[in-house]
Design a protein around this ligand. Structure first.
Ligand SMILES: Nc1nc2c(ncn2[C@@H]2O[C@H](COP(=O)(O)OP(=O)(O)OP(=O)(O)O)[C@@H](O)[C@H]2O)c(=O)[nH]1
Ligand SMILES: [Mg+2]
Length: 198
């Protein structure tokens, strides 16, 4: 069966502050995780080809709930709050961490987590911790570099190598500014979610 998702046929479903409120669904789902301000919400707008559907901000900590979207009645996509936002109050950080962990541990869990990494900086400790946690939880993940428009030439090659060395896999390079890598990302999602895995 060939899956053809109409990405612009994406609907916002619900925002939840607790994984227990996550809607009942039989649809497969993916989640987007990453450092605060890495560009999760921007990338989703680009992926969905729906400017403004997902709220973005230049200030970190914009997404504070689990925002759930449904693509073409075939796939659920969850925009997670960012982790590692150093200036957030401790109680808030704790709440977000609980929310992310609660969702990833819930029975309605994502089949695939896209781990977004800022191409300007390379993987941070918090990214590596997230990946370790996903490995321990047995949740599949795929690395996606954001803001790839920020580096060119040698700096770009060096960063790709650094990311490969840290992750053991080369991330897809994407940019929400010029749409680079978005088609490749759509293909990866379809392949990872709708193809049987042992
Ligand atoms: N140059 C460049 N800037 C980007 C790109 N993607 C996002 N940004 C900028 O990065 C900032 C953060 O983007 P968001 O999409 O809100 O980031 P987020 O990861 O959802 O942030 P939180 O919800 O706070 O965790 C905004 O100022 C965006 O315009 C990109 O591909 N290239
Ligand atoms: Mg966001």
């Amino acid at each position: 069966m060939t899956i053809s998702l109409q990405w612009p046929n994406t609907q916002f479903k619900i925002s939840v502050a607790d994984a227990k409120q996550f809607p009942e669904t039989h649809l497969p789902q993916i989640a987007v995780a990453g450092h605060s301000n890495v560009g999760k919400s921007s990338l989703l707008n680009t992926l969905f080809a729906r400017k403004g559907l997902v709220k973005t901000s230049k200030n970190p900590g914009c997404t504070r709930l689990l925002n759930v979207f449904e693509v073409d009645a075939q796939l659920m996509v969850v925009d997670l709050p960012g982790y590692g936002y150093a200036r957030a109050p401790k109680a808030e950080k704790y709440k977000w961490a609980q929310l992310i962990e609660g969702y990833l541990k819930s029975p309605k869990v994502a089949q695939l987590v896209l781990v977004l990494l800022d191409f300007r900086h390379g993987p941070k400790d918090s990214d590596l911790q997230m990946i370790e946690w996903l490995n321990e939880a047995g949740i599949r993940w795929y690395p996606v570099a954001t803001k790839a428009d920020k580096l060119e030439g040698n700096a770009k090659r060096k960063r790709v190598k650094e990311m490969f060395d840290a992750l053991g896999i080369t991330p897809i390079l994407t940019s929400s500014l010029n749409n680079v890598g978005v088609e490749e990302l759509r293909n990866i999602i379809i392949q990872e979610v709708f193809t049987a895995h042992d």
